[in-house]
Design a protein. Structure first.
Length: 318
């Protein structure tokens, strides 16, 4: 029997987990949590491309998520576009902005790069908050129903809201993981990962460092934008909090917790940090302390992320 490649094994595990998990959910509330995990997972896969492959850190990625989310609200209202094409428009805008912003800031190194990306994210959040005449300001703005559930109902498939978004976001996450894994094992992916190891060595063997760093930044921005669009369509409402600095930190933390160099590991991190606050509600005011303690323990004892570190431990014992 032919052995599965790491790429196909990852996709198979992810698809099985998404398909089987609802069998153990006692109510539709857990479908809602699952769909949020998939949205965050898609954004985190973009961080895997940027941080895990290229080795760059962005503290403003929620800005691209906010652009994708608000595209779904503003394009139908002002341009008359349906919501799904509006989401694609948001991804294009995010990609173009990432290309324009990335050209100068990706020449920076170390914490200068992190501060520059932070500045971009703060700028987007400020625009979304202050330009109330366009975005609704801090109160947020409504998002039109994309109409996909109604189309499925006409074809004889009736799903409630939680069931539909769980299935749709799950499919989008699998597709996003498939694209990232194909990139990882392609020639472009090998060039991106060479940058993570050593930019000097990569340049020596002919890798255009600036071009590939910019390419990774643009790809990760598109992932964040699509995640923001899914969030807006699912909630039918969006506020500037989606583009906040703390949301950027959460996305990076999810990737680091699960393993920024592993697609499946990063998605695991997204699942943990999305679901854990729901589990820790009984701690009330101590919830943030418990989350912080968990993160400290992981960073001390499982520095490569939970899944990659556990895999190395298991292989070592084997």
């Amino acid at each position: 029997m032919k052995r599965l490649s790491p790429k196909h094994a990852t996709l198979l595990v992810l698809a099985i987990l998404i398909a089987v998990a609802p069998l153990f959910f006692p109510s539709s509330y857990y479908l809602r949590v699952g769909s949020l995990i998939f949205v965050n997972g898609l954004a985190v896969v973009g961080i895997v491309v940027l941080t895990g492959f290229v080795g760059q850190i962005s503290l403003g990625h929620a800005g691209f998520l906010g652009i994708g989310a608000y595209a779904c609200a503003l394009a139908p209202k002002y341009l008359g576009l349906p919501v799904l094409p509006a989401a694609l428009l948001g991804a294009v805008i995010s990609g173009v902005l990432a290309w324009l912003v990335g050209r100068p800031i990706l020449r920076l190194r170390g914490y200068y790069l992190s501060v520059a990306t932070l500045g971009f994210g703060v700028l987007v959040a400020m625009v979304l908050t202050n330009e109330a005449w366009l975005t609704g300001g801090p109160d947020g703005i409504a998002v039109q129903d994309p109409g996909m559930r109604a189309a499925l109902k006409d074809m004889g498939l009736s799903l409630n809201n939680a069931e539909f978004w769980y299935a749709f976001n799950g499919i989008m996450l699998v597709l996003g993981a498939w694209v990232a894994l194909n990139l990882q094992y392609s020639a472009t992916g090998r060039a991106l990962r060479a940058l993570h190891g050593s930019e000097v060595a990569a340049r020596t063997v002919g890798v255009d460092v600036a071009r590939f760093k910019l390419r990774g930044f643009v790809i990760s921005a598109v992932y964040a934008s699509l995640a923001g669009s899914l969030l807006a369509m699912q909630n039918r409402f969006i506020t500037p909090d989606a583009a906040s600095f703390m949301h950027s930190v959460e996305i990076v933390t999810m990737a680091v917790l699960g393993g920024a160099g592993s697609v499946l590991g990063a998605i695991f991190g997204a699942a943990v940090l999305t679901a854990l606050p729901q589990v820790l509600t009984f701690f009330q005011e101590y919830e943030q302390i418990v989350l912080g303690l968990i993160m400290m323990l992981v960073m001390i004892f499982l520095r490569g992320g939970v899944l990659p570190s556990l895999a190395r431990i298991i292989r070592g014992r084997g």
